[in-house]
Write a protein that binds this ligand. Structure first.
Ligand code: SME
Length: 171
């Protein structure tokens, strides 16, 4: 499918998320590869919120987090577990909101224009398998509303998308 999203971008974030959740749920087509579905989810998020400068997945291959489908500028391709906001969120299996990236020890700056960030883990059987990372060029762009809905989106992803063998390393 390639229908356009129905989003009222002038609405409050919570309203945008509520209408986005059902659209993301129906956007996921379990007959196509995970890569295709994850790509569309990043596009849906980027299109829905002007505050997002970058949105994408980092996916665990058993050792590192590797760059997955994303929208935005080119980014770091490999993150160690425990490093940066992504590595920390993955390790702690919890969402991390960063109001000012310069104040987050070890923040990995892929885009020097980024000011704030939120990272939510995708959890399967109590283990993180990937993270969903959103950046913004403004300070404090993300709050508990983003946390609530991004965690719902990650739950839908976890339920419907199979991450097995999504990340294999070319030697
Ligand atoms: N800032 C992230 C790295 C990924 S980029 O933002 C796309 C981090 O500190 O983990």
């Amino acid at each position: 499918m390639s229908e356009s999203l129905k989003i009222n971008k002038s609405a409050a974030d919570e309203e945008i998320y509520s209408s986005l959740i059902s659209q993301i749920d129906s956007l996921i087509d379990e007959r196509v590869p995970a890569l295709s579905n994850l790509s569309n989810i990043t596009a849906a998020l980027k299109e829905s919120f002007d505050k997002i400068s970058w949105v994408g997945f980092y996916i665990f291959n058993g050792e590192f987090l590797y760059l997955g489908p994303f929208q935005g500028k080119t980014a770091c391709t490999k993150i160690k577990i425990g490093k940066g906001v992504c590595g920390k969120s993955f390790e702690q299996i919890e969402t991390i909101i960063v109001d000012d990236v310069d104040k987050f020890p070890g923040h990995i700056a892929c885009d020097s224009g980024s000011r704030s960030e939120i990272v939510a883990p995708v959890i399967k059987e109590n283990k993180a398998v990937a993270v969903l990372d959103l950046d913004s060029y403004s300070y404090s762009s993300f709050n508990d509303i983003d946390r609530k809905y991004l965690e719902i989106i990650c739950k839908i992803i976890s339920k419907k998308i199979n991450f097995d063998s999504l990340v294999t390393t070319d030697k």
